[in-house]
Ligand binder design. Structure first.
Ligand SMILES: *[C@@H]1O[C@H](CO)[C@@H](O)[C@H](O)[C@H]1NC(C)=O
Ligand SMILES: *[C@@H]1O[C@H](CO)[C@@H](O)[C@H](O)[C@H]1NC(C)=O
Ligand SMILES: *[C@@H]1O[C@H](CO)[C@@H](O)[C@H](O)[C@H]1NC(C)=O
Ligand SMILES: *[C@@H]1O[C@H](CO)[C@@H](O)[C@H](O)[C@H]1NC(C)=O
Ligand SMILES: *[C@@H]1O[C@H](CO)[C@@H](O)[C@H](O)[C@H]1NC(C)=O
Length: 313
């Protein structure tokens, strides 16, 4: 005790040792704080590689703004925008596209020991969901589904009018739910709520990845899908193309064209491909954004900062 007092140069006032020991860290704290920034920072783990999959009728060019944002906020991130099935080629049947994208993403995943992130736009979001189902070895951390018709599409769009000029949306099922129609990507996720039986029987893509029609690989696909770290769903009411827009969040029309949210969908209630399990794990993030048109999802900076950047670790 004595030595403490003398050390402080206060020989007359004996400082009780317990108090002194409590004070010491407080006295030293400002000094430590001053020194900390100067200390060598521990090496920061690199950002995980990002793989981007485009939508119907577009290509890697659409993502130039997104690439700038990622480069700016997460410098050094390896971003690959896959230039496959561009433009009209994006109408090829989705299983053919899934095979092509699978060959392109497999080597990127194999090299990324910490895993990768997927950003998949519009129709590309369905390609990515199928990849997560069929790839046993995928190591996807965040799957960012950017305004994708995850529960299908039932709406007129300019694309549809151009492709099938004489078909109204209420008649398109006649084309789409035929073996011939399933040769078009759009028909692979055309979901007519008034013809559920035909959809379930004919859809060779959406009904399978949703586990709505049973198939021998359903259990394996569900297991693969659940390797996913986080599912980030982005979409909004001003999209103008995805119909209903809630399809971006796994909502869809019932037979009366009333939209039922994800939690009321059979695929969720039956957990047929893992959605309910993911939600229970806290691994689903829903990021609805108003004021963004379909073609603006990859260039809107506010959206990037709010809904995408936080999940690119
Ligand atoms: C990324 O940012 C750096 C520095 O701001 C810049 O020099 C580089 O050109 C950018 N790269 C891309 C691909 O935008
Ligand atoms: C179900 O689909 C198969 C194959 O596409 C087709 O041959 C059959 O006619 C369909 N059945 C009904 C009831 O639509
Ligand atoms: C289903 O599984 C079998 C055996 O595991 C495999 O050979 C086949 O390619 C799978 N089919 C699809 C579409 O993934
Ligand atoms: C659709 O609406 C009709 C009449 O309002 C109702 O009887 C029927 O139960 C509704 N169907 C569904 C699936 O909600
Ligand atoms: C970007 O997103 C914000 C927030 O949703 C919206 O208010 C704004 O209008 C959008 N800007 C453009 C150019 O789409």
């Amino acid at each position: 005790m004595k030595s403490c007092g003398s050390m402080l140069g206060l020989p007359g006032r004996r400082l009780p040792s317990a108090e002194f020991l409590l004070l010491l860290p407080l006295l030293l704290l400002p000094l430590l704080l001053l020194l900390l920034p100067a200390a060598p920072a521990p090496h920061r783990a690199a950002y995980k590689p990002v793989i981007v999959v485009h939508g119907l009728f577009d290509s890697s060019y659409s993502f130039r703004h997104l690439l700038e944002y990622i480069n700016e906020t997460h410098p050094g991130t390896a971003v690959t925008v896959l230039d496959l099935f561009d433009g009209r080629e994006s109408l090829r049947p989705l299983w053919e596209q899934v095979q092509g994208f699978r060959e392109a993403v497999a080597p990127i995943m194999a090299k990324a020991l910490q895993g990768v992130h997927l950003i998949c736009y519009s129709q590309g979001g369905l390609v990515c969901r199928a990849l997560l189902s069929v790839m046993d070895e995928h190591n996807v951390d965040s799957f960012i589904s950017l305004s994708s018709p995850q529960m299908g599409q039932y709406g007129d769009t300019n694309y549809l009018k151009w492709l099938f000029p004489t078909s109204m949306r209420s008649n398109l099922y006649r084309i789409c739910y035929s073996p011939w129609g399933q040769e078009f990507s759009i028909c692979n996720y055309w979901h007519d709520p008034h013809h559920d039986d035909l959809y379930l029987n004919a859809s060779s893509f959406l009904a399978l990845i949703n586990g709505e029609r049973d198939h021998p690989n359903a259990t394996a696909w569900r297991k693969n899908f659940l390797r996913l770290g986080r599912l980030v769903l982005i979409g909004g009411p001003d999209d103008g193309v995805i119909t209903p827009w809630q399809s971006s969040f796994f909502g869809f029309y019932d037979a009366n064209e009333t939209v039922l949210e994800m939690e009321k969908q059979l695929v969720y209630l039956r957990d047929s491909f893992g959605l309910k399990t993911l939600l229970a794990r806290g691994a689903i993030v829903r990021c609805p954004m108003a004021g963004i048109a379909h073609t603006a999802w990859h260039s809107n900076r506010t959206l990037y900062e709010t809904c995408i950047e936080p999940w690119l670790s």
